[in-house]
Ligand binder design. Structure first.
Ligand SMILES: [Fe+2]
Ligand SMILES: [Fe+2]
Length: 301
């Protein structure tokens, strides 16, 4: 059943652990990338998608655990679940602040919750082949999405333009702590998929569905924020602006995004070939939220 798998880059392996971070949002302004509502709101879409999306990852992974017959991978999955649980909560905690600033995300998050809980949830399938098929589809979908969370994590760790423009330090720390953990655990979802199924057609099919859904949800979420931003008269979102922001470095570059597609679909792909674990671990060693969480854990605060 398992497929031949490209060898992971051994130096990129790390022991996964959840860091129980917390953030204080009182001082974060509406446009936390100063003077740039479009970049702010494009990135803000993460707070709409991730709470439900990452809860869904965990829900699916609890079901796939019995199919994992490799102790190391099992430990990785447990570490992954722990990290995603904190990510989901941390992004959820930003939503009251957005509401306070005049951006009530409820109409949008209600739809996202429906998508993950109902459309992608457990269907009433009989035990056996149909139920397993649906589980494998979702495991493959998570691997495709995690290709993009790692891509975004790597991007934000290197997005110096956000620092140059004076982006809010608390929001930057949330994004980089999360991004660093995404880079740390970037191989887990792909390894799980290859271990339990690994079918190439399934990889391509679920990638296409995940990519199309992400594009759709992202542009809708950005438009939702731009149109409901109380400080903007005629807030609009456009692909042109996305492209320009990518050139500027305040959002991922369109070319980088496009180049990431054939990499994921290549037979030689393994997530450990992308991003840098050393850079991620280094950020986590200095992140204000992660170091405070560590101090609370060890009782040194
Ligand atoms: Fe995450
Ligand atoms: Fe992740």
């Amino acid at each position: 059943m398992s497929n031949t798998q490209p060898a992971p880059v051994a130096s990129q392996r790390t022991q996964l652990k959840a860091r129980k971070v917390s953030f204080a949002w009182e001082k974060t302004p509406l446009h936390w990338v100063p003077g740039d509502p479009f970049a702010t709101h494009t990135i803000n879409v993460l707070h709409l998608l991730l709470p439900a999306g990452e809860r869904w990852f965990i829900h699916v992974y609890r079901q796939v655990l019995p199919y994992i017959h490799d102790e190391q991978l099992r430990q990785d999955v447990i570490g992954f679940i722990g990290q995603e649980a904190v990510h989901s909560q941390a992004h959820d905690d930003v939503l009251p602040r957005l509401k306070q600033l005049g951006l009530d995300p409820t109409p949008y998050t209600a739809q996202v919750d429906w998508l993950f809980e109902k459309l992608l949830g457990d269907r009433t399938l009989p035990p056996g082949r149909a139920r397993k098929w649906w589980l494998m589809e979702r495991v493959a979908t998570i691997a495709a999405i995690e290709h993009y969370t790692a891509f975004l994590g790597d991007w934000v760790l290197n997005a110096d333009e956000l620092d140059r423009r004076g982006a809010d330090p608390t929001m930057l720390d949330l994004l980089r702590w999360h991004g660093a953990e995404e880079v740390e655990h970037r191989s887990v979802a792909f390894d799980v998929f290859m271990h339990v199924d690994g079918g190439y057609r399934r990889r391509v099919r679920t990638w296409a569905a995940a990519f199309a859904a992400l594009l759709f949800l992202w542009q809708r979420g950005t438009r939702f924020f731009m149109e409901n931003d109380p400080s903007l008269l005629h807030g609009k979102a456009s692909f042109k602006e996305f492209y320009i922001s990518g050139r500027r470095g305040t959002l991922p570059a369109t070319g980088d995004l496009l180049r990431s597609i054939p990499r994921y679909l290549s037979h030689a792909y393994h997530p450990s070939q992308e991003g840098s674990t050393a850079q991620a671990v280094d950020y986590l060693a200095h992140s204000p939220a992660a170091t405070a969480a560590e101090a609370r854990m060890t009782g040194t605060s």
